[in-house]
Design a protein around this ligand. Structure first.
Ligand SMILES: CC(C)(COP(=O)(O)OP(=O)(O)OC[C@H]1O[C@@H](n2cnc3c(N)ncnc32)[C@H](O)[C@@H]1OP(=O)(O)O)[C@@H](O)C(=O)NCCC(=O)NCCS
Length: 164
């Protein structure tokens, strides 16, 4: 997909609740995107657990998705992914904007997420949206060379100066 095509078809980006029938497509994107991808069973469990599971469709094709756990006091973004061919076109940021709005509309302002410390692209997106580094979990993730730390990020949407 070219940047030109995206800029001329912005309105064709649609978000919908992930359904069981989406899991195959979502899982294909997941396998292409992560060293240790989630299984279809994990996505299925996310649906049955009542997590906020969203797919982003561009021109009627799933190009990204997100999974968010909502508790009484805060939200945790567990997965946010854009398919390889559709990256760097602004979709990741649009999915994040949608999540923040959705979480705020549920009366929640505190959002947490964890990310591999080597994942510079995702960290750049989170910092752009105002997330702050609040901690590190040592040796949290599996890695071909051993273990990798997780960086923990936090956003308070009520923070003075924060604007989407
Ligand atoms: C992280 C990810 C979701 C970004 O999606 P995307 O659609 O490419 O991101 P966008 O085009 O909306 O870019 C938004 C911001 O993200 C950051 N970013 C995205 N790609 C980047 C890259 N290749 N290098 C540096 N920063 C990057 C930038 O801050 C960018 O803002 P800018 O365009 O003003 O520089 C995508 O790379 C992805 O799905 N990666 C694999 C899955 C993953 O790692 N998810 C995060 C798990 S915690």
């Amino acid at each position: 997909m070219s940047k030109y095509e995206y800029e001329n078809a912005d309105l064709n980006l649609k978000f919908s609740e992930m359904g069981v029938s989406d899991i195959t497509f979502v899982s294909d994107i997941e396998q292409r995107s992560y060293k240790y991808p989630w299984t279809k069973t994990i996505f299925s469990d996310c649906l049955s657990s009542g997590y906020l599971c969203t797919v982003a469709n561009f021109n009627d094709k799933i190009i990204g998705y997100s999974i968010v756990s909502i508790s009484k006091y805060d939200a945790q973004i567990l997965n946010l992914c854009v398919d390889k061919d559709s990256r760097r076109l602004g979709f990741g940021e649009k999915i994040m904007d949608l999540l923040i709005e959705d979480i705020k509309s549920r009366g929640l302002n505190e959002i947490y997420l964890e990310v591999r410390s080597s994942n510079k692209k995702a960290i750049s997106l989170y910092e752009k949206k105002g997330f702050e580094l609040i901690g590190v979990r040592d040796n949290y993730y599996r890695d071909p060379n051993g273990r990798e730390d997780a960086k923990v990020f936090f956003l308070n949407t009520k923070k003075i100066g924060y604007k989407q």
